[in-house]
Design a protein around this ligand. Sequence first.
Ligand SMILES: Cc1cc2nc3c(=O)[nH]c(=O)nc-3n(C[C@H](O)[C@H](O)[C@H](O)COP(=O)(O)OP(=O)(O)OC[C@H]3O[C@@H](n4cnc5c(N)ncnc54)[C@H](O)[C@@H]3O)c2cc1C
Length: 383
Amino acid sequence: MKVTVVGAGIMGMSVAWALERDGHQVTVYEQGEIPNPLGSSVDQQRLIRFPYGSELGYTRMVADAYRAWEQLWRDLGKQLYIETGTLVLAPAGQNWAHDSAANLDKLGISVQWLETQELQRTFPLLRFDGVESAFYLDSGGVLLAEEIIATMLQYLDKKGVKFHTQTLVREVDLENAQIVLENGNRVNADILIIAAGPWVERLLLDFSQRVTPSRQVLVYLRSPADKIGQWAKIPMVLDIDPKCGFYLVPPVAGTNIKAADHSFTLTGNPDCDRIAMEEEARTIYQLCQQRLQDFDHYQLQNARTCFYTVAPQEHFIVESRGKSWLMSGFSGHGFKFGALLGLAVAETIAGHRTPEQLSHWAAGNISYPGASHFFKNTQTLEG
Ligand SMILES: Cc1cc2nc3c(=O)[nH]c(=O)nc-3n(C[C@H](O)[C@H](O)[C@H](O)COP(=O)(O)OP(=O)(O)OC[C@H]3O[C@@H](n4cnc5c(N)ncnc54)[C@H](O)[C@@H]3O)c2cc1C
């Protein structure tokens, strides 16, 4: 079938990949370049990790997400993932770490709890002020996000997927899988996929009630030269609770240390509010100061903005309407599931699941029977 994809972030690229594998004729429209540095998917790093607080549905999806990435690495002939391990801090009175550990236990994944003194001995570059304990997992790491999108572009281009960059889609007709370009040209297909990130409400008006673009600020730091070697043994650090969502990404493959606060701003326009203010960056540097020993020795590199597309409870929206499929609401945790969601949409289009099952599962809802086995024994993932 003829497929149009709007948006070349990780969702649009992944669905293009999965549908091309199934023999469809795919064309992708992107308003910017690919990778588009203004899109939510484009940065050097995105994290994948098992701990997910009380969200059992998403905790279960992570194993399948890893399997989907492995399929992609096989196709690309290149692994664009670096394992770092995961350290989840449990500050006094906060539940996120304990909820995560409880859900991991249900899945048979045991974590290693460490008390403050042991933490300090094991991870001497970090500070643990106010932390009662923390747990460590060997799994989890960095997906080299921008390189993944760039490599998928090269691969899919060779496979015959057509890409139109700097091409804004102005209107969509979901019932008929038709798009209208800025120059007024109409393009028809059998299937239309909309994966427009924080710009979705410009194409689908009702989405202004369902998702909120959220401008987030992140900072990059350079490690002192004498500590670079030690950073190889430092995992990603998650210090997540309802009041603060601090996370720190260690340097891998030549990247800098990255840090940010996952708490939503729920404001901003993805076309305009792109410059990070000094004051905003300072707030995150202060959080880094609480977590890094000898913080003054680190060089503050730069700060930038990126937009989440936030849906209620951060639950993903993947649904069918007419001849179209809508992929939205991936908030600050969608990248890790990109390859998996691409395969899931393709599987549903192939008739192996109903659209309702897909939506339910993508929303992290575990009451769908057999959700944990969603991909078990399916042709798509078994190769
Ligand atoms: C700072 C930050 C940190 C994050 N960290 C993580 C993490 O560690 N782990 C994780 O799993 N997730 C993380 N996320 C979330 C994850 O990156 C996003 O959920 C995911 O990238 C969303 O992908 P997308 O394809 O939906 O959107 P996008 O990447 O924004 O892609 C949408 C694309 O559509 C194009 N487009 C939009 N409208 C049109 C139009 N009308 N015509 C043509 N093209 C159009 C846009 O230009 C854009 O390229 C993070 C996000 C941010 C911002």
